[in-house]
Design a protein around this ligand. Structure first.
Ligand code: S3P
Length: 435
């Protein structure tokens, strides 16, 4: 499905964006493991999170998903308890969701039965030894196909380990912590950078003993049952990133995005935009489901180039396609380093972002672990491709708002993997867009 989008003369108003994808996955998993009925409101009914629901159902969990709007659902989960999952009849289909596959591999490593996890072609190209290795050390049998899906897991009888993660990853950390609930002794994970900590936040709120100083995380085996959850999911910073950057780049814009999760492990892009001179603020800060939330306010700004490396990369790992669009409009050089992980996301995000933005006239160079952008450059309308990557598709749509004519983005259906309602949000802001 192609998406055509026309230039915008300014984005004004107040919007909401859908619930956080990472928290939606985790909340569904912990609700399944709880004793009793959980209620999750403003849950994200996107393709990736629905893959987690489908897999949990296949493991014997009764889950009702009631859409309350195009972008939100109320999910009711009849928890089966920590030891109540049942053997699935067939392979678990994780569709295109890396989070589903990696988190559930950790959970299944703790179960006394065997399972196979698989997914579609795009997911089958993503590396899985990063979760298999520590889970094997804990005592599970985990077999990948030369490092890639499908994954065979035969779980149970786990031991606590001390594990130094070679790369900072919220998914790998969460897989180990989920398995750690089923181990016979404490599990320690050391992370080389501040990977998102939503699993830790939720475990703490469920009363599981978990200690962390930000670098070392120690989880105790779950001795007590988990209580049911009754939470609202805060809006996803990674989805807010698209209208946020659009408002910064398009003249005559002033946009407020309400109730967005501002967990510092997620807001690296906000800090980078500020360093580039963007007029962006966080207002009305409060707490929701143990997470900080606030309104993001963005006004049209003049940007300068910057450097992004180290821990900041981890704190904005999903925001590089949209940062690249911002950098095309910034004066001078923007350089991204230490971001080789981008090569193994939904697409090779370094190659795909550079190739597609160059078609619009961007001055960009790819590096093994990042890219360089020289700006500002006017963007020319062209036909571009999402490479099956939802975040690249939305970044290209924002580029289309700045271009000199109507842009076409091929394979844009994938946007629904993380942001159902993206097109409606743009239409409500007066953008001419046809999907
Ligand atoms: C996620 C972690 C990140 C991120 C992904 C969601 C999560 O992946 O890119 O979109 O929910 O834990 P990595 O753990 O591979 O960095």
């Amino acid at each position: 499905m192609p998406l055509t989008i026309s230039p915008s003369k300014g984005l004004q108003g107040t919007i909401t964006v859908p619930g956080d994808k990472s928290i939606s996955h985790r909340a569904a998993i912990f609700a399944a493991l709880a004793d009793g009925t959980s209620r999750l409101t403003d849950w994200l009914p996107a393709g990736d999170c629905m893959a987690t629901i489908e897999a949990l159902r296949a493991l014997g969990v009764t889950i009702d998903v009631e859409h309350t709007s195009e972008t939100a659902a109320t999910v009711t989960v009849q928890g089966v308890g920590l030891h109540g999952l049942s053997v699935p009849e067939k392979r678990l289909n994780c569709h295109g969701s890396g989070t589903t596959m990696r988190l559930l591999t950790g959970l299944l490593a703790g179960q006394p039965f065997s399972t196979v996890l698989d997914g579609h072609e795009g997911l089958r190209r993503r590396p899985m030894e990063r979760v298999a290795r520590p889970l094997r050390q804990m005592g599970a049998t985990v077999v990948t196909r030369d490092g890639y899906p499908p994954i065979y897991v035969d779980g149970g009888n786990l031991h606590g380990i001390e594990y130094q993660m070679p790369i900072p990853s919220g998914q790998v950390k969460s897989a180990i912590l989920l398995a750690g609930l089923y181990a016979d002794s404490p599990t320690t994970v050391r992370q080389p950078g501040p990977a998102r900590d939503h699993t830790e936040v939720l475990l703490r709120s469920l009363g599981v003993p978990i200690e962390t100083d930000g670098t070392t995380i120690i989880v105790q085996p779950a001795e007590k049952s988990l209580p049911p959850l009754d939470i609202s999911i805060p809006a996803d910073f990674s989805s807010a990133a698209f209208p946020l950057v659009a408002a910064v780049l398009i003249p005559n814009s002033e946009l407020r995005i309400t109730g967005v999760n501002t967990n510092p492990t997620r807001t690296g892009l906000f800090d980078v935009l500020t360093a580039m001179g963007a007029n962006v603020q966080i207002e009305n800060q409060t707490d929701m489901a143990g997470e900080p939330v606030g309104d993001l306010v963005a006004k049209s700004s003049t940007l300068r180039g910057t450097e992004v490396s180290g821990d900041t990369v981890v704190r904005m790992i999903d925001e590089f396609p949209i940062l690249a669009v911002a950098a095309t409009q910034a004066k001078g050089r923007t350089v991204v380093r230490d971001a080789a992980e981008l090569r193994v996301k939904e697409s090779d995000r370094i190659k795909a972002t550079v190739d597609e933005l160059r078609k619009l006239g961007a001055q960009m160079i790819a590096h093994p672990d990042g890219f360089e952008v020289y700006g500002p450059t006017p963007l020319h309308a062209a036909v571009v491709d999402s490479y099956g990557d939802h975040r690249l598709a939305m970044a290209l749509a924002v580029a289309g708002l700045l271009a000199d004519g109507e842009m076409t983005i091929r394979n844009a259906r994938v946007i629904a993997d993380s942001y159902p309602g993206f097109v409606s949000m743009l239409k409500n802001l007066g953008v001419t867009v046809v999907a």
